[in-house]
Write a protein that binds this ligand. Structure first.
Ligand SMILES: Cc1cc2nc3c(=O)[nH]c(=O)nc-3n(C[C@H](O)[C@H](O)[C@H](O)COP(=O)(O)O)c2cc1C
Length: 315
């Protein structure tokens, strides 16, 4: 249907990754996305090896299709997780929060494909030298931890500076976003926020409702002063972050406020004081659907748009 080097390399029906989201992207969601023809990705967040092993085992019971694991390189258990993944030989590893350089050869040796996330051209160029399999380019519209450059500029900038396939992330929700990403040079897309409201996603119903009810302006950024900006729903927590940042509070104090807050939103449904991570694309997410419905809707829409665009050319 859609020509994509990454889809071909990984044996996917559709060139789409579901973002590996800490606490949110469990085996249930990852398996549902993989079963629907995309690449499901377990978000390992701050898990230790034992917890991640359980998720991988669960995913393997739920799907026989390829799936991935997202690693946060700042996780204190990172070495334990890398050793586990060497044994488990999952199809794909994606990495966030830094440069996975020292682990790349170990993954390649066991046949695991590796796709780091880059929010800047400079990091994308450094990562290309490691001979990874592609770069996930995440624009500042995205949910969760973000960079400053938005997808419309970042995707073509990275694409013209590297020769690896680019997977565009940040602000993509539907067929329009997929076609735009392809026009900007992406070979595949990664979507986070829309998959948070998938039926198979285990987040608390309050979290899903908050995304569905949100406007794009509700997805604000906190933590710029600490160097770790995060995009999430504007609520009591983000107002408190703003207050601390304006007062010039220490980085430690600001970071302490964030501790345990994503869990509070995901597990307890606390959308007032929890960190309801979501991207600006929340403004385009209108209902809960299964992962299969989401993916099929996106790509049938994309196909129609591409056909219709041809009629714009006046000969
Ligand atoms: C709730 C949430 C949690 C996230 N957690 C992670 C994470 O643990 N690791 C990571 O690399 N990216 C994380 N992300 C980013 C996503 O993987 C994805 O790149 C991003 O959501 C794409 O942009 P979108 O939200 O506009 O679709 C998270 C995003 C959200 C919304």
């Amino acid at each position: 249907m859609f020509k994509s080097k990454v889809a071909e390399l990984l044996g996917l029906k559709y060139p789409i990754f579901q973002g590996g989201m800490a606490w949110v992207a469990t085996a249930e969601l990852a398996a549902a996305v993989s079963n629907a023809g995309g690449l499901g990705i377990i978000g390992s967040g701050n898990m230790n090896g034992e917890l991640l092993k359980k998720e991988i085992d669960k995913a393997r019971k739920l799907t026989d299709k390829p799936f991935g694991v997202n690693l946060l390189l700042l996780n204190p258990f990172i070495d334990e997780l890398v050793a586990l993944l060497e044994k488990e030989k999952v199809s794909v590893v994606t990495t966030g929060a830094g440069n996975p350089g020292k682990y790349v050869e170990r993954f390649k040796a066991v046949g695991t494909k590796i796709f780091p996330i880059a929010p800047t051209v400079a990091l994308a160029k450094r990562l290309e030298r490691l001979s990874v399999d592609g770069i996930i380019v995440e624009g500042g519209e995205a949910g969760g931890h973000i960079g400053e450059i938005n997808s419309f500029v970042l995707t073509p900038l990275v694409e013209e500076n590297i020769s690896l396939p680019v997977i565009a992330a940040g602000g993509i929700t539907d067929g329009r976003g997929v076609v735009a990403a392809m026009a900007l040079g992406a070979d595949a897309v990664q979507i986070g926020t829309r998959f948070v409201v998938a039926t198979e996603c285990i987040v608390h119903p309050n979290y899903k409702k908050a995304i569905i009810d949100s406007d794009a302006r509700d997805a604000v950024v906190t933590g710029r002063s600490t160097g770790h900006p995060v995009r999430c729903l504007k609520n009591k927590l983000t107002r408190e972050f703003d207050r601390l940042e304006k007062e010039g509070s220490s980085k430690e104090e600001i970071e302490r406020l964030g501790t345990g807050k994503l869990r509070a939103a995901v597990v307890d449904g606390d959308i007032g004081w929890g960190s309801v991570m979501m991207g600006q694309s929340a403004g385009l997410v209108k209902k809960e659907q299964s992962a299969k419905e989401i993916i099929e809707e996106i790509f049938s829409e994309a196909e129609k748009i591409i056909y219709n665009l041809q009629s714009k050319i006046v000969k």
